[in-house]
Design a protein around this ligand. Structure first.
Ligand code: FES
Ligand code: FES
Length: 162
Protein backbone atom coordinates (compact mmCIF):
# COMPACT_ATOMS: atom_id res chain seq x y z
CA UNK A 1 0.00 0.00 0.00
CA UNK A 2 1.59 3.30 -0.98
CA UNK A 3 1.90 6.28 1.35
CA UNK A 4 -1.02 8.12 -0.24
CA UNK A 5 -3.56 5.32 -0.22
CA UNK A 6 -7.06 6.22 0.87
CA UNK A 7 -8.30 4.09 3.74
CA UNK A 8 -11.87 3.83 5.09
CA UNK A 9 -11.97 4.49 8.82
CA UNK A 10 -14.82 3.94 11.25
CA UNK A 11 -14.66 5.17 14.80
CA UNK A 12 -16.74 6.76 17.53
CA UNK A 13 -16.31 10.48 18.00
CA UNK A 14 -17.96 12.20 20.96
CA UNK A 15 -20.56 9.44 21.06
CA UNK A 16 -21.37 9.46 17.33
CA UNK A 17 -20.34 6.85 14.79
CA UNK A 18 -18.09 8.32 12.13
CA UNK A 19 -17.24 6.78 8.79
CA UNK A 20 -14.70 8.60 6.66
CA UNK A 21 -11.97 7.97 4.13
CA UNK A 22 -8.56 9.30 5.03
CA UNK A 23 -5.16 9.24 3.43
CA UNK A 24 -2.60 7.00 5.05
CA UNK A 25 -0.40 10.09 5.34
CA UNK A 26 -3.03 12.11 7.22
CA UNK A 27 -3.01 12.60 10.98
CA UNK A 28 -5.90 12.20 13.39
CA UNK A 29 -5.60 15.95 13.96
CA UNK A 30 -6.19 16.70 10.28
CA UNK A 31 -9.19 14.38 10.15
CA UNK A 32 -10.75 15.88 13.29
CA UNK A 33 -10.03 19.56 12.62
CA UNK A 34 -10.15 19.85 8.86
CA UNK A 35 -12.26 17.00 7.61
CA UNK A 36 -14.77 16.84 10.46
CA UNK A 37 -14.53 20.57 11.33
CA UNK A 38 -14.13 20.13 15.08
CA UNK A 39 -11.95 23.16 15.65
CA UNK A 40 -11.70 22.80 19.42
CA UNK A 41 -8.68 20.55 19.00
CA UNK A 42 -5.86 23.00 18.29
CA UNK A 43 -2.79 22.69 16.12
CA UNK A 44 0.24 24.22 17.78
CA UNK A 45 3.63 22.69 17.08
CA UNK A 46 2.45 19.77 14.96
CA UNK A 47 5.26 17.66 16.41
CA UNK A 48 4.16 16.37 19.80
CA UNK A 49 5.66 19.11 21.92
CA UNK A 50 2.86 21.49 22.96
CA UNK A 51 -0.18 19.36 23.79
CA UNK A 52 -2.62 21.75 22.09
CA UNK A 53 -3.95 18.85 20.01
CA UNK A 54 -4.63 16.49 22.94
CA UNK A 55 -7.65 14.21 22.52
CA UNK A 56 -8.81 11.13 24.37
CA UNK A 57 -8.51 7.81 22.57
CA UNK A 58 -10.15 5.01 24.52
CA UNK A 59 -9.95 7.25 27.56
CA UNK A 60 -6.22 8.00 27.31
CA UNK A 61 -4.74 11.33 26.31
CA UNK A 62 -3.03 11.30 22.93
CA UNK A 63 -1.36 13.96 20.80
CA UNK A 64 -3.57 13.92 17.70
CA UNK A 65 -0.79 15.46 15.61
CA UNK A 66 1.33 12.33 16.14
CA UNK A 67 -1.44 9.78 15.54
CA UNK A 68 -1.91 8.47 12.02
CA UNK A 69 -5.51 8.77 10.89
CA UNK A 70 -5.85 5.05 10.12
CA UNK A 71 -5.06 4.33 13.78
CA UNK A 72 -8.49 5.80 14.62
CA UNK A 73 -10.14 2.67 13.23
CA UNK A 74 -12.42 1.12 15.84
CA UNK A 75 -11.42 3.54 18.58
CA UNK A 76 -13.53 5.67 20.86
CA UNK A 77 -12.43 9.28 20.61
CA UNK A 78 -13.38 12.32 22.63
CA UNK A 79 -12.50 15.90 21.78
CA UNK A 80 -13.21 18.97 23.86
CA UNK A 81 -16.55 19.30 22.04
CA UNK A 82 -17.61 16.05 23.72
CA UNK A 83 -16.73 17.16 27.22
CA UNK A 84 -19.70 19.34 28.06
CA UNK A 85 -23.31 18.92 27.08
CA UNK A 86 -25.58 21.26 25.17
CA UNK A 87 -26.07 24.27 27.40
CA UNK A 88 -24.05 22.78 30.27
CA UNK A 89 -20.33 22.99 30.80
CA UNK A 90 -18.44 20.03 32.21
CA UNK A 91 -17.31 20.60 35.83
CA UNK A 92 -13.70 20.84 34.64
CA UNK A 93 -14.66 23.63 32.24
CA UNK A 94 -16.52 25.44 35.00
CA UNK A 95 -13.50 25.04 37.26
CA UNK A 96 -11.16 26.53 34.64
CA UNK A 97 -13.40 29.58 34.45
CA UNK A 98 -13.86 29.91 38.20
CA UNK A 99 -10.14 29.52 38.95
CA UNK A 100 -8.90 31.72 36.10
CA UNK A 101 -7.22 28.82 34.31
CA UNK A 102 -7.98 30.38 30.92
CA UNK A 103 -6.36 33.45 29.46
CA UNK A 104 -5.91 33.37 25.66
CA UNK A 105 -7.43 29.88 25.73
CA UNK A 106 -5.31 28.30 23.01
CA UNK A 107 -3.96 25.62 25.34
CA UNK A 108 -7.24 25.08 27.15
CA UNK A 109 -8.85 22.28 25.10
CA UNK A 110 -5.67 20.21 25.31
CA UNK A 111 -5.35 20.84 29.04
CA UNK A 112 -8.96 19.87 29.60
CA UNK A 113 -8.47 16.60 27.77
CA UNK A 114 -5.28 15.77 29.68
CA UNK A 115 -7.12 16.58 32.89
CA UNK A 116 -10.08 14.44 31.92
CA UNK A 117 -7.80 11.51 31.13
CA UNK A 118 -6.21 11.86 34.56
CA UNK A 119 -9.53 12.08 36.37
CA UNK A 120 -10.91 9.02 34.59
CA UNK A 121 -7.97 7.06 35.97
CA UNK A 122 -7.51 8.91 39.26
CA UNK A 123 -10.71 10.65 40.38
CA UNK A 124 -8.98 12.49 43.25
CA UNK A 125 -5.51 13.32 41.94
CA UNK A 126 -2.80 14.85 44.09
CA UNK A 127 -1.11 18.11 43.16
CA UNK A 128 1.89 16.12 41.92
CA UNK A 129 -0.29 13.86 39.77
CA UNK A 130 -1.96 16.89 38.18
CA UNK A 131 1.39 18.50 37.43
CA UNK A 132 2.64 15.27 35.85
CA UNK A 133 -0.56 14.80 33.83
CA UNK A 134 -0.28 18.23 32.21
CA UNK A 135 3.49 18.18 31.80
CA UNK A 136 3.06 17.81 28.03
CA UNK A 137 0.70 20.77 27.74
CA UNK A 138 2.34 24.14 27.25
CA UNK A 139 0.66 27.34 28.34
CA UNK A 140 2.26 30.67 27.53
CA UNK A 141 -0.12 32.77 29.62
CA UNK A 142 -1.11 31.55 33.05
CA UNK A 143 1.95 30.29 34.91
CA UNK A 144 0.12 26.97 35.50
CA UNK A 145 -0.85 27.47 39.15
CA UNK A 146 -4.41 28.47 38.30
CA UNK A 147 -4.65 25.53 35.91
CA UNK A 148 -3.49 23.03 38.52
CA UNK A 149 -5.90 24.54 41.05
CA UNK A 150 -8.73 24.36 38.51
CA UNK A 151 -8.07 20.70 37.74
CA UNK A 152 -8.03 19.72 41.40
CA UNK A 153 -11.20 21.68 42.04
CA UNK A 154 -12.84 20.22 38.92
CA UNK A 155 -11.85 16.71 40.00
CA UNK A 156 -13.56 17.25 43.33
CA UNK A 157 -16.69 18.38 41.52
CA UNK A 158 -16.78 15.54 38.99
CA UNK A 159 -15.82 12.55 41.07
CA UNK A 160 -14.77 10.88 37.78
CA UNK A 161 -17.80 11.97 35.75
CA UNK A 162 -17.46 11.43 31.99
S1 FES B 1 0.12 20.28 17.92
FE1 FES B 1 0.24 18.27 18.70
S2 FES B 1 1.62 18.40 20.36
FE2 FES B 1 1.65 20.40 19.47
S1 FES C 1 -4.11 30.41 28.26
FE1 FES C 1 -2.89 31.18 26.63
S2 FES C 1 -1.56 29.52 26.11
FE2 FES C 1 -2.59 28.88 27.89
Amino acid sequence: MDTYSVIPIRFTLNGDKVSIEAGAHETALTVIRERLSLKGTKEGCGMGECGACTILVDGKSVNACLMAAPQLEGRTVMTVEGLGREGKLHPLQEAFLEHHGVQCGFCTPGLLMSAQSLILETPRPTHKQVVEAISGNLCRCTGYQQIVDAIQYGADKTGGEE
